[in-house]
Design a protein around this ligand. Structure first.
Ligand SMILES: Cc1cc2nc3c(=O)[nH]c(=O)nc-3n(C[C@H](O)[C@H](O)[C@H](O)COP(=O)(O)O)c2cc1C
Length: 330
């Protein structure tokens, strides 16, 4: 029984997991999320397998840092080269990850140019080779971790009837279906009826593979309702986590003060893990936090002014000071 089948059995309900989001769900934010609510599994941001092994991007190894409280934690990679995926999977196994996920849904032109991401939907044979390569890398001696795929329903149009069977032929442990095509990006509402169809195809071709649905899930009750309607084994939640690290907790909405204290804690953690002035070559910097400030700071009196002030900051100390002054003024 692989880890997915095990958690599914243990929980006895659809699984609610955290989506990978580059420059959002980094090691700092994931630790905050795990502290304030517990997703059933956590994904790293996607990491370029080519970047890790073809040189020049040594800092990418930093994107594979995680803390124990995130478990089960899944490493996501992208590449158009089976041999690079095999190496990445072996690295993830050695780093102690609980699973490996392959990105076959990213619409970014730079990613597609490398033959990776959503571009693989047009090359099902290569996609299969990449999955099989990940499986080889993910297994050594008696140790083995499951391989999963995150993808869309098609490239320019719905191709689920041919694309999903191609993936399922390799018997992955899990396929997450983002219920839109590549062409639709995230511009139209996700259509979960395609997730329902994915479940039917799975039932016929690879009953052991789990299917998660993804796209526009607002919160956990919404995700559970969608899974119940479609028969999906779980839902993956992405943008709903913005400014809302307690998304997976049953606590509901937090007051302004608590929200701002979490913002400060998150900023400190970002600085501690990634640094306000990261070493040259480290792909991230403090600008990443500005997206979070926008998301945390809204919907209350004075939010706009506070946001403007936070946008000017350069480190966690400044953020802490500005928030303290604001809280005293309440
Ligand atoms: C800022 C941002 C970064 C993303 N980065 C990744 C990524 O690294 N890997 C991936 O598979 N999907 C990535 N996605 C897609 C999400 O995982 C998810 O499929 C998409 O946002 C739809 O789910 P949602 O409606 O719950 O947000 C990203 C999305 C956003 C908004």
């Amino acid at each position: 029984m692989n880890i997915w089948q095990k958690i599914k059995k243990e929980k006895g309900r659809p699984l609610m997991v955290l989506a990978p989001m580059a420059d959002v769900t980094d090691a700092a934010f994931r630790r905050i999320i795990a502290q304030y609510g517990t997703p059933d599994a956590t994904w790293t941001e996607f990491v370029s397998a080519d970047g890790l092994f073809l040189g020049g991007y040594d800092h990418l190894i930093n994107d594979l840092r995680y803390s124990e409280i995130e478990r089960p934690v899944i490493a996501q990679f992208f590449t158009g080269k089976p041999e690079m995926m095999e190496k990445a999977a072996r690295l993830a196994l050695e780093l102690g990850f609980d699973g490996i996920d392959i990105n076959m849904g990213c619409p970014d032109k730079g990613v597609e140019k490398q033959g990776a991401g959503a571009g693989l939907i047009k090359h099902p044979k290569l996609a299969q080779e990449i999955i099989l390569a990940a499986m080889r890398g993910a297994s050594k001696d008696s140790k083995s971790i499951p391989v999963s795929v995150k993808t869309r329903i098609g490239y320019n149009r719905n191709e689920l009837e041919t694309w999903l069977p191609a993936i399922l032929e390799t018997k992955p442990a899990l396929v997450t279906v983002h219920a839109r095509t590549r062409k639709e990006m995230s511009l139209v509402p996700a259509r979960w009826e395609h997730v329902k169809r994915a479940v039917e195809i799975r039932n016929e071709l690879s009953p052991e593979t789990l299917i998660f649905g993804n796209g526009d899930v607002k919160d956990v009750p919404h995700g559970i309702a969608l899974c119940n309607e479609t028969g999906a084994d779980g839902a993956m939640l992405g943008r709903a986590i913005f400014g809302n690290p307690w998304l997976f907790s049953p606590r509901g909405t937090l007051g302004v003060e608590e929200k701002l204290r979490v913002l400060v804690e998150h900023t400190k953690l970002f600085e501690e893990i990634i640094g306000p002035k990261p070493p040259v070559g480290c792909g991230k910097n403090f600008v990443v936090m500005k997206k979070h400030f926008k998301a945390y700071v809204n919907g209350f009196d004075g939010a706009k002014e506070l946001r403007v002030e936070l946008m000017e900051t350069e480190n966690a100390t400044q953020v802490g000071e500005i928030v303290e002054v604001f809280l005293k003024s309440l």
